[in-house]
Design a protein around this ligand. Structure first.
Ligand code: SRM
Ligand code: SF4
Length: 586
């Protein structure tokens, strides 16, 4: 097994990040030097690229940018840290530790992400070490939560099917562990007291010294729930069970991804393909080989073209499968039948067959904070103090208070009542299926508001649904502040993608079960025109829909948008344009 990527001579020069990674001494670079530099609250661009591999993003408060510029001050730098939580499972003790760290060193909020992770925002440079060290003391970490490596591995958190979940979760954890970078840099920098030595020879048997061309994401879905949005990810596993409900293996999906750039036709969201079937025992090596093929063939010259979806799009699924199979030394099986019915979460109480109870709670944008109107963080802290089971972060930014023993349920119920969380799920079908990305003020890439606009957006649209008699209809609504797709807007029945302040591209027509992308309905829509644009469609849906017809399906049947935005459409659009440069790494 080679430890360095076997790339042929590239037609284009490698992206500068490739050299940075190669010369970083396995992700150390000058991070330590930059952290010790008290003359600035930031770090260098190079260190900013490397800290991502440690789960840390350099950011600045964009609300303050203009003022700071006027005052001739440097940007209001701070850091975001993403905490890896494989499968989204954490203990009440870990929740409490993060709750405290958020108050002590970050902006006092906890953010549950669309990939079952936590984020802290607003950590000042001087507090970074204590924060990351504190995370590790809570037996969590931020390793590889970002960067050109495999990230947090997600899985369906459903505690109802507890035995199946335990099996699926075990595979999820094992894949996650197997694909972690082997470099000791993270531990030297953030965990141990010793300074970075860097003298020990190291190797990255899976990644090589330049890691992957780009980020890599893996999820495990358990039908009929597609809560993890399997088609949006580089590599996915669809759990297949026998007649008795026992896990027998997985359909393997590859090549999903959502990020795109406005007005760049060569970048596009892509639905993953089902590549084959593997047994439970084969799942880890399949992940390893898929990652290695992408390591060797992914485009290292153009980061916007470096995700696995483009490797597969350019070379074809058959080629990709045969590369993976050649490295495995065996053929993958034929995919088995499966059916997804929905992407969202199922709210409220459920009981598993062992008598334990689980409560799924809607959290707007996954943000946990205390503010003047409501003290959600305090409420969840009190629950964590009392709770003896575990917490599950969902792929929809929600929270499951899971595994409550029968004797403990009255106490949790009382706390939910006390904090009015027992009624938090009595919201409209639109709200309960709504997600946003973070966007302003922390995200450096945001073109428009997202998390801060979602409550208003939900309010104005749910009024329309309610007026049409559709308050309890589940319709997926997702918004992002830019086209990168962090809130998976291209898989929403109604998707908003930020174009510029106050303006959004509006997408319609995705499948409720996450199996079909939506299509651009109208570009550059000002916030003030959203209701006028969508209200007639909502009203027609109420009166013209067929029995059981979903909103996304209706918008297609009624002719508001074309059926789907498939890779084929992009091929055709591309064919109409002069050919793009050939992929470089072969
Ligand atoms: Fe994302 C970059 C937030 C899920 C596609 N994403 C970012 C950054 C780090 C901005 C940056 O690079 O400077 C955002 C930090 C904002 C902040 O202030 O916190 C950010 N992404 C998020 C989160 C927190 C959104 C949320 O509100 O939950 C999600 C964290 C997930 C996690 O725990 O790991 C998040 N990002 C996603 C998803 C959804 C998913 O994976 O299910 C996508 C689309 C799927 C995909 O990867 O294709 C996504 N994020 C991106 C991209 C576009 C990647 C691409 O292939 O083009 C970027 C930009 C980039 O990588 O250059 C990005
Ligand atoms: Fe930032 Fe864009 Fe992701 Fe939103 S979608 S968090 S604006 S990168």
């Amino acid at each position: 097994m080679s430890s360095t990527p076997a790339t042929a001579t590239p037609a284009k020069p490698l992206h500068k990040n490739e050299q940075l990674k190669a010369e970083s001494n396995f992700l150390r670079g000058h991070i330590l030097r930059d952290l010790a530099d008290h003359s600035t609250g930031g770090i260098t661009e190079e260190s900013g690229q490397l800290t991502k591999f440690h789960g840390i993003y350099a950011q600045d408060d964009r609300d303050l940018r203009n003022q700071r510029r006027r005052e001739n001050k440097e940007k209001a730098f701070s850091f975001m840290a993403r905490i890896r939580v494989p499968g989204g499972v954490c203990t009440p003790g870990q929740w409490l530790a993060l709750d405290r760290l958020a108050d002590d060193h970050a902006n006092g909020t906890l953010k549950l992400t669309t990939r079952q992770a936590f984020q802290f925002h607003g950590i000042l440079k001087g507090d970074l070490w204590r924060t990351i060290n504190g995370v590790n003391k809570a037996l969590l970490d931020t390793i590889a939560a970002c960067g050109d490596v495999n990230r947090n591995v997600m899985c369906n958190p459903n505690p109802e099917q507890s035995e199946l979940h335990a099996e699926v979760y075990a595979v999820t954890k094992a894949i996650s562990e197997h694909l972690l970078p082997r470099s000791r840099a993270y531990h030297e920098l953030w965990v141990g007291d010793e300074l970075v030595a860097g003298g020990e020879p190291e190797a990255e048997p899976i990644y090589g010294s330049t890691y992957l061309p780009r980020k890599f994401k893996i999820v495990v879905a358990v039908p009929p729930s597609n809560d993890v949005d399997i088609y949006a990810h580089d590599l996915g596993y669809i759990a297949i069970t026998d007649a008795s409900g026992k896990l027998i293996g997985f359909n393997v999906t590859v090549g999903g991804g959502l990020g795109m750039s406005h007005n760049q036709i060569d970048t596009f969201p892509r639905i993953a393909d089902v590549m084959g079937f593997c047994t439970v025992q084969q799942a880890i090596e399949v992940a390893e080989k898929v990652v290695m093929v992408q390591r060797d063939y992914g485009d290292r010259t153009e980061r916007k073209h470096a995700r696995l979806k483009y490797t597969i799009e350019d070379r074809g699924l058959a080629w990709f499968r045969s590369e993976v199979e050649a490295r495995l030394g065996y053929r993958l099986g034929a995919p088995r039948a499966f059916k997804f019915t929905h992407t969202g979460d199922r709210y409220g109480w459920v009981e598993s067959h062992d008598g334990r109870s689980h409560f799924t709670l809607f959290l707007m944008s996954g943000r946990v904070r205390d503010d003047a109107t409501y003290k959600l963080k305090t409420a969840l802290r009190e629950i964590a103090l009392a709770h003896k089971g575990d917490f599950r972060l969902t792929a929809n930014q929600n929270l499951i208070i899971a595994n409550i023993a029968p004797a403990d349920r009255p106490q949790i119920e009382a706390l939910l009542r006390k904090h009015k969380l027992d009624t938090a799920n009595d919201a409209s079908g639109l709200k309960l299926n709504a997600m946003s990305c973070v966007a302003l003020p922390t995200c450096g890439l945001a073109l428009a508001e997202s998390e801060r606009y979602l409550p208003e957006l939900v309010q104005i649209l749910e009024a329309e649904f309610e007026a049409a008699g559709l308050r309890h209809d589940d319709v997926t609504l997702r918004i992002t502040g830019c086209p990168n797709g962090c809130g998976r807007p291209y898989l929403a029945e109604i998707g908003f993608v930020g174009k510029s302040p106050g303006k959004y591209n509006v997408y319609l027509g995705a499948a409720f079960n996450g199996s079909r992308l939506n299509t651009l309905f109208k570009a550059n829509v000002p916030e003030t025109e959203i209701v006028a644009l969508l209200s007639p469609i909502i009203r027609r849906y109420a009166t013209e829909r067929l029995e059981g017809e979903r909103f996304g399906d209706f918008t297609i049947r009624a002719g508001f948008v074309k059926p789907t935005l498939t890779p084929q459409d992009f091929h055709e659009a591309k064919a109409a344009k002069p050919p793009a440069a050939a992929p470089a790494a072969t």
